[in-house]
Write a protein that binds this ligand. Structure first.
Ligand SMILES: Cc1ncc(COP(=O)(O)O)c(C=O)c1O
Length: 328
């Protein structure tokens, strides 16, 4: 379900490549990332050649931009006290970044926090981007996992498009189509006109040639067949909703279990956050205890993969979390 489609883009051209490697943000490796700044004359338009990434973000973002030799700056995102969005900090950082900065944004179901801006907040962010002439690049690895509806989860991108931004977007089909091993995704760059689109496409092809030459096509064809067949697409949408609803149900169950165990802490954020991850707020030491004493595994920043929580293990998980957190 490409985001940049239909009449909304009114004559703007989209360069879209559906294949592997180049497709997702993870495919934006060294020369790709650097070239992003070059191929559209971004060195002239976007004078500051560095990338702003949220704090925190998917840890691999740091590696990607490091390997691309693009200096990184961070912008505020997560507010530990409320376990929600640090909207004021985020807006300040957008305002204070030099005009024409390049920002990496998570389109939905932010990893690792599970915290997304509201629609209204996205509108304010988009407005501020416009004032500052920043370039938004969306990483969309979990389309459908936030609300259960891939169309709804594309809202942030639609808002930026309506506001007339030129954008980049890296979509992954690893999760929402269960194609993890196929490296299937879609890189879209919205261009101003056909000439620019031709130039961008040829640059991307030049980058791909020495990197992987020709992509394996199997995963991309699976995606293409599903999205272009109304019956298969509708089945896929039902299944995506099923996955998202199951995760939402597990969030509720985890919170209810913790509350009924008499936990003195607030677990409201478990159900407020969305997508595959719950940023639990547990400390690295508490996570170590879960690992060592209960054989429950998660990243040491306290991020729980909600996809691994089931009706069969949620009570065990809640009991273990309660045990390691109750004395704090
Ligand atoms: C924000 C984010 N972007 C990209 C990826 C990677 O996507 P892919 O599996 O398609 O490489 C992930 C997770 O794996 C992610 O969390």
């Amino acid at each position: 379900m490409p985001c940049l489609s239909g009449s909304r883009i009114r004559g703007w051209l989209v360069v879209r490549i559906l294949a592997t490697c180049l497709l997702c943000i993870c495919g934006l490796r060294s020369s790709v990332a650097r070239t992003l700044f070059i191929f559209l004359g971004f060195r002239e338009i976007y004078l500051v050649c560095l990338v702003y990434i949220p704090t925190p973000t998917w840890s691999n973002h740091h590696n990607i931009w490091r390997d691309a030799q693009v200096p990184q700056r961070t912008f505020s995102y997560y507010h530990p006290e409320s376990r929600g969005l640090d909207f004021a900090g985020l807006m300040d950082d957008i305002k204070n970044a030099p005009n024409g900065s390049f920002f990496l944004l998570h389109a939905c179901a932010h990893n690792p926090t599970g915290v997304d801006p509201t629609e209204e907040q996205w509108r304010e962010i988009s407005y501020q981007f416009k004032l500052k002439n920043h370039f938004p690049f969306f990483d969309m690895a979990y389309q459908g996992f936030a609300s259960g509806d891939p169309e709804r989860d594309a809202k942030a991108i639609r808002i930026f498009l309506e506001d007339g931004h030129q954008i980049g977007c890296a979509q992954s089909y690893a999760k929402n189509m269960g194609l993890y091993g196929q490296r299937a995704g879609c890189l879209s760059i919205l261009c101003e006109d056909e000439m620019q689109a031709v130039a961008v496409k040829s640059q991307l092809q030049q980058i791909a040639r020495p990197m992987y030459s020709n992509p394996p096509v199997h995963g991309a064809l699976v995606v293409s067949i599903i999205l272009n067949d109304p019956e298969l697409k509708s089945l896929w949408l039902t299944e995506v909703k099923g996955m998202a609803d199951r995760i939402i149900g597990m969030r509720k169950a985890l919170r209810e279990n913790l509350e009924s165990l008499g936990s003195p802490l607030s677990w409201e954020h478990v159900t407020n956050q969305i997508g595959m991850f719950c940023y639990s707020g547990m400390t690295p030491e508490q996570v170590d205890r879960l690992t060592n004493e209960y054989h429950i595994y998660m990243t040491r920043n306290g991020r729980i993969s909600m996809a691994g929580v089931t009706t069969g293990n949620v009570a065990y998980l809640a009991n273990a979390i309660h045990d390691v957190t109750k004395s704090n």
